[in-house]
Design a protein around this ligand. Structure first.
Ligand code: PEP
Ligand code: MG
Length: 886
């Protein structure tokens, strides 16, 4: 029979798939001899079996009972013992931490009889009744979906009438009676008194919570698979709410916001752990604990040092102090901001705890992209309206909204303002530019979730009086209503009315060459990790750039060439008229004249581009889009002509243009006369572009430059198309004196090109994968339409976790990519293969391209540093041995 339950002492951290992150790390701490309350974990296997059949697998309850009996024997306390009951905490914990789920039921084992035993044994009747009412509330909500507000409402009423020391034991006992009535009214039966029944129902409820709406939303956002299931940890209760010598806290081994060394965290005296995470009362900084309970504080610091050395990374912990005795309730490799990730990785490498390779795997391209965002220009900012806790860095400006629904439906950026957040606010947090709360510290739900997704967040701004119902908040006598613009700074915690100007991030300034690496610890860390990425990566990184300014920027950011210059972008603005002339020309002489007018303009552009990328390859793509894109839209022209005619005027040129638009109109222009087909059908068009490029290169050579142009033919489907264009190109090139040798290659962006790559390589010196069109044509998805039509539904239903236009579909499109690379190189072993679709800047896709053996990726200039980093990571993760290169 499969084993479904593991005592903490049986597991270890490598078994997170089975025991969940929480269970595996509790096991690890237990093995390290740290003070963990005894307990066991019910596996994700059991959860998956439950989710598949709707019933616990055979023998599960017996196995749980057997493990429970071991714990009872060890502690010499028994679940349900009326004299001195053992109580249990039941928590969810999947493979990946999901603050969006967090099902927890504490105090399992309390009932009308054992509550008296708890009171007697703790010597604190109020505590016993308070624990019982917590159980009914958590159990009611988690197991039966009783709305938390109903309980909260009654609790608030009792608190309002209580004396300064809080509700009396009698009041709490009455409150338990009220809670039981609420429970029975909602559930249809009484609160279960049998402790084992409570435990089993709690385990089932945690399993079921895997499919709750908020858990699904969180997984979709974080790209966590839907079929993993959660484990359940069951642990003997320890109490942080037993008076002033008890308490609970959360701590980090380094600052999770900046990465600075030291111990950071929040502590709450006389409280249970859920109170800290929920941000119910404002916490004190952990350093206060040194004053309150120096022995526990020093023990905690020792334990944290042990954990950091053991895990070789930033760890966070949850702990409880019960009457002066410290207990560890959880640890994990902690979430951190993007800035902290870089700083910590570089520091750990410096301290010798990890190798430079490992340090590189601790940061992501997405984090680097985040760090390139601007921050507020505090020098010119007005006095802030209020200051809260800077919980997740960034500069967010947006209109105030007070609920998730408003955030998800708003036009333009919004700031979600809430007293505190809970998992139901997740869609709003995803949609918002920033999150602002009036309660809770750096470890509140809002802070943890926002940091995880790189959302700017300020929390605990207690000067704000938030009235969600009225849709406003006040600070002093200033009322701020829904729809007003505010700015929030997730680093300093400052909140301003109106829009505060932002300034570039230090990382962006460093990358632009304006700051020295020593300027600050973050810049130094980025410098160090990028340098290592450059050392180990095998993928080149080029840029998609059409203008000299873009080319210069890309080069500064580390691009070693242009992988795609879209020449159609050189025909915009005033030059459109020249293209119109070409389209309207119907006699060869007119065509030639139109092309002659375009040639010097193209040549001048190419000269500048080649100068900006001197010494590096510049891949120039011949004209790609359908010609009608250069003409006014059909509807507009039709209207203009109709109006002119109605007025009895001559529509003149508009009538000619309308005729041309009608002539070139296609039902599916993306599958029509574009790319290589255009070059074959419009005489002289590609020849003009080739000549312009060759003459520009010759001119650069004459001025002492080192131009390295390449000619790229788009949308080829058959080798004969390419051969025809390549022949013409070679003829033109031979006519230009003084030009360097210019290779002709092609894009692989139709399935047929990929499938016949072996033939095409005979005519192509290089391939560049046009994964935008290749995705479009492989899936039969119109790239211009789908993101606004059915993609949201596909994403919501999990048909794909991310748009295939954003991150490469490795299974389908990736298969064509691999085939094209293999068959192309079989024909021409020295074939250079790159990618210039949007995927060239996507870290996940980059890992695939590295594995597929590409030579380079090409992406927009701002993504060049991200691509360098991702390419470095990909090299390390694919097992390149660079371990000495620290
Ligand atoms: C592509 O299709 O991937 C590509 C780079 O070309 P474009 O996006 O210009 O069609
Ligand atoms: Mg394309």
């Amino acid at each position: 029979m499969p084993k479904y339950v593991y005592d903490f002492i049986e597991g270890d951290r490598s078994r997170a798939d089975l025991l969940g992150g929480k269970g595996a790390n509790l096991a690890e701490m237990t093995r390290l001899g740290l003070p963990v309350p005894p307990g066991f974990t019910v596996t994700t296997d059991a959860c998956r079996a439950f989710l598949a059949t709707g019933a616990p697998p055979d023998g599960l309850y017996e196995e749980i009972n057997a493990h429970l009996r071991q714990i009872e024997a060890r502690l010499d306390r028994w679940l349900g013992d009326p004299a001195d009951p053992l109580l249990l905490a039941v928590r969810s914990g999947g493979r990946y931490s999901m603050p969006g789920m967090m099902e927890t039921i504490l105090d399992i084992g309390l009932n009308d009889a054992t509550v008296a035993g708890l009171a007697a044994h703790s010597g604190d009747e109020r505590f016993a009744w308070d624990s019982y009412r917590r159980l009914i509330q958590m159990f009611g909500r988690t197991v039966h979906g009783v709305p938390a507000e109903e309980f909260e409402h009654e609790l608030a009423a009792v608190r309002a009438t209580a004396g300064p020391g809080g509700p009396s034991a009698e009041q709490l006992r009455d409150l338990v009676d009220t809670y039981k009535k609420i429970f029975a009214r909602h559930v249809g039966h009484d609160f279960p008194q049998a402790p084992h029944e409570q435990l089993f129902l709690a385990v089932r409820a945690v399993f079921s919570s895997w499919h709750s709406e908020r858990a699904r939303v969180y997984r979709r956002q974080e790209r966590i698979p839907d079929d993993l299931g959660t484990a359940v940890t069951v642990m003997a209760m320890v109490f942080g709410n037993l008076g002033p010598d008890s308490g609970t806290g959360v701590a980090f081994t380094r600052d999770p916001a900046t990465g600075a060394p030291g111990v950071y965290g929040d502590y709450l005296t006389d409280a249970q752990g859920e109170d800290v995470v929920a941000g119910i009362r404002n916490t004190v900084p952990l350093t206060e604990l040194e004053r309150l309970d120096p022995a526990s504080y020093h023990r905690l610091r020792q334990i944290m040092a042990t954990l950091e050395r053991h895990y070789r990374d930033l760890c966070d912990v949850e702990f409880t102090i019960e009457r002066g005795r410290l207990w560890m309730l959880q640890t994990r490799v902690g979430k951190r901001t993007a800035a902290a990730a870089f700083v910590i990785a570089a520091q750990l490498a410096e301290e010798g705890l990890v190798t430079a390779d490992e340090a590189l795997t601790r940061v992501t391209g997405a984090q680097l992209a985040h760090l390139m965002f601007p921050a507020f220009d505090t020098a010119v900012a007005p006095a802030p309206l209020a200051v809260g806790v800077g919980a997740s860095p960034g500069a967010a400006v947006g209109r105030v909204v007070f609920d998730s629904a408003a955030a998800t439906t708003a036009d333009g950026p919004v700031i979600l303002v809430r007293p505190e957040t809970n998992p139901d606010d997740l869609p709003g947090m995803i949609a918002a530019a920033g999150v602002l709360t009036s309660r809770g510290g750096k470890t509140s739900h809002a802070a943890v979730v926002a940091r995880g997704m790189g959302r700017t967040c300020v929390c605990g701004a207690d000067a704000l009086r938030i009235d969600v119902e009225r849709g406003e908040f006040t600070v002093g006598d200033r009322v701020v209503r829904a729809g007003e613009l505010i700015s929030i700074d997730g680093t300093s915690g400052r909140i301003w009315l109106g829009e505060v100007p932002a300034q570039p991030s230090p990382v962006a300034r460093y990358l632009a060459g304006e700051l020295r690496p020593e300027a600050d610890p973050l810049v130094a860390a980025v410098h160090r990790l990028l340098a290592h990425a450059d050392l180990v990566r095998r993928l080149g990184v080029r840029a998609n750039a059409d203008t000299p300014a873009d080319a210069r920027r890309a080069r500064r950011l580390g691009a070693t060439g242009i992988g795609l210059c879209r020449t159609e972008h050189m025909f915009l603005g005033e030059r459109r008229a020249l293209v119109e002339r070409l389209i309207l020309a119907d006699r060869p002489a007119e065509v030639a004249a139109a092309l002659d007018a375009l040639l010097p303009l193209q040549r001048a552009d190419f000269v500048e581009l080649l100068a900006a990328m001197d010494g590096l390859p510049v891949t120039v793509r011949l004209l790609d889009p359908p010609l009608h894109e250069f003409l006014p839209p059909l509807a507009e022209l039709t209207a203009r002509v109709a109006v002119a005619r109605a007025r009895g005027e001559d529509p003149g040129r508009d009538a000619t243009l309308l005729a041309a638009v009608r002539r070139t109109h296609e039902a599916n222009p993306m599958l029509g006369l574009r790319g290589v087909r255009l070059g074959l059908l419009v005489p002289g068009l590609f020849a003009m572009q080739v000549r312009a490029l060759a003459e520009a290169a010759a001119q650069r050579v004459r001025s002492g430059g080192d131009p390295r142009p390449e000619i790229m033919v788009p949308l080829v489907g058959d080798v004969r198309e390419l051969a025809a264009v390549a022949d013409e190109a070679r003829r033109v090139l031979a006519e230009v004196d003084g030009a360097p040798e210019i290779p002709v290659g092609t894009m692989i962006e139709t399935p047929r090109a990929a499938l016949t790559a072996g033939e095409i390589a005979a005519e192509a010196r290089f391939f560049s994968l046009g994964t935008n069109d290749l995705t479009q044509t492989t899936w039969a998805f119109s790239r211009d339409d789908v993101e606004g039509s059915f993609f949201p539904a596909y994403l919501a239903r999990g048909i794909f976790p991310v748009s295939p236009f954003e991150s490469l579909d490795v299974t389908g499109v990736g298969r064509l990519v691999r085939l094209a690379v293999a068959e192309g190189r079989a024909t021409r072993p020295e074939l250079t293969v790159g990618v210039c679709g949007e995927h060239g800047g996507d870290p996940d896709s980059i890992a695939f391209f590295a594995a597929a053996g590409l030579d380079y990726v090409s992406c927009s200039p701002y993504r060049v540093p991200v691509a360098r980093l991702a390419a470095g990571r990909a090299a390390v993760e694919s097992g390149t041995d660079t371990s000495d290169s620290r």
